[in-house]
Design a protein around this ligand. Structure first.
Ligand code: GAL
Length: 383
């Protein structure tokens, strides 16, 4: 009898222990609960490692509506699987007219740690309250601790009065003759040519370039770069940040002008940079685009999307629609000292749920490399 009771107790204990563990499991295409059982509400973000702990930053989205009501959220983890909600890292302001007043739009936050200053720097896409997507600014915030509270610093359009460093005098002279405001028909060959020659760059030259979907990349030498969708989401800009990551140096280039690339993500493998972006269809998924270059400054060459193969779980999310998702970040497990994942790089993406943005799903897929050296991304239930 005593033995039976002990066995029963052991079984009940085992069952109790097994339940929470199972509920944390990350399965692509399903909700991903945190340690309290709530879906991880960190979208469009990134992950860093600091003193043995991972921190996942992202948009804290409301269940209804799409404006920012709380701020940028942060979660912590020891193993990338079990995540604890650490609250709001950068909170909206309650002050009327403040750049990050409650009801603004904060998107695609990325946090980087600066070894020289020991500060955590957050860059994000900011839209001012009540102005739709017209402000198109990048914002900076900083903190002494990974979980915040981050102090809001400022937001700006970028590179006012500056040309890309690789434009020649002749190219600049031509760009100055373009007239973006006069164009009626987009997508004509003439329009495309003028866009490639800097028509929108010139339009926004004085007030600064637009900056919407963005990421930040730290290279092996510690230099940080900001990659953003600019010029009405038509053209990517890659810009160098200063040594303490608190501002731009002013050095930048245009990439794929007129290509309508959003949601930029980047990795470096065997000396080649690979950039994976999305097209421009709002919350709806579209086919990913991929570029490669030997230098961060280009020239960047476009190749086919790395997404391939069937989606065994969700047939309506094929590879040609990026498995229903839009990228947000590429996790380099080697540089973060992570062992045991299927591949060195993990593509992090959001399967947006526009009705309930907080419930948008997370898609984490391993990036493999084909025989030709190109990244390949296939559907797997987990990373
Ligand atoms: C997407 C973009 C998101 C968000 C959304 C709004 O294209 O990647 O970050 O801005 O549009 O519709």
């Amino acid at each position: 009898m005593k033995r039976t009771v002990t066995t029963l107790c052991a079984l009940v204990l085992m069952a109790l222990c097994a339940v929470p563990l199972r509920s944390y499991a990350q399965v692509n295409g399903e909700l991903w609960p945190d340690t309290k059982g709530k879906h991880i509400n960190a979208h469009g973000g990134n992950i860093i490692k600091y003193k043995g702990t991972f921190y996942w930053y992202g948009e804290n989205r409301p269940y209804r509506g799409f404006t920012t009501e709380a701020g940028v959220g942060v979660y912590s983890s020891k193993d990338l699987k079990i995540w604890k909600d650490e609250g709001i890292a950068l909170a909206v302001s309650e002050q009327k007219g403040h750049d990050i007043e409650r009801g603004c739009i904060m998107e695609r936050p990325k946090v980087i740690y600066n070894r020289k200053t020991n500060k955590f720097i957050m860059l994000f896409h900011l839209e001012l309250k009540g102005k739709g997507y017209e402000a198109a600014r990048v914002a900076f915030a900083e903190s002494d601790s990974p979980t915040g509270p981050f102090r809001y610093l400022r937001s700006t359009r970028i590179h006012a009065g500056r040309w890309p460093f690789n434009m020649t005098e002749q190219e600049i002279a031509y760009a100055k003759t373009t007239k973006a405001n006069d164009w009626k028909d987009w997508w004509t060959p003439e329009w495309r040519q003028e866009t490639e020659r800097g028509m929108y760059l010139w339009r926004d030259f004085e007030g600064g370039q637009m900056s919407r979907d963005m990421t930040v990349y730290i290279d092996d030498d510690g230099k940080a770069y900001h990659i953003t969708s600019s010029q009405e989401n038509l053209t990517l800009l890659i810009s160098e940040l200063n040594d303490d990551y608190s501002d731009f140096t002013g050095k930048y280039v245009m990439v794929a002008p007129g290509g309508q690339n959003e949601a930029p993500t980047i990795l470096k493998h065997n000396g080649t940079y690979w950039m994976i972006c999305s097209g421009c269809t709002g919350w709806a998924p579209n086919e990913a685009r991929m570029f490669h270059s030997k230098s961060i400054w280009g020239p960047w060459t476009q190749v086919a999307s790395p997404f391939t193969g069937a989606n065994a779980t969700y047939k309506n999310f094929p590879a040609s629609k990026t498995f229903g998702a839009q990228g947000t970040y590429i996790l380099d497990t080697k540089s973060l000292g992570i062992k045991g994942t299927k591949s060195r790089f993990i593509f992090m993406a959001d399967i947006w749920n526009p009705e309930h943005l907080s419930q948008s799903l997370h898609l984490w897929l391993p990036i493999e490399f084909g025989k030709d050296g190109k990244p390949v991304i296939k559907w797997t239930p987990n990373f």
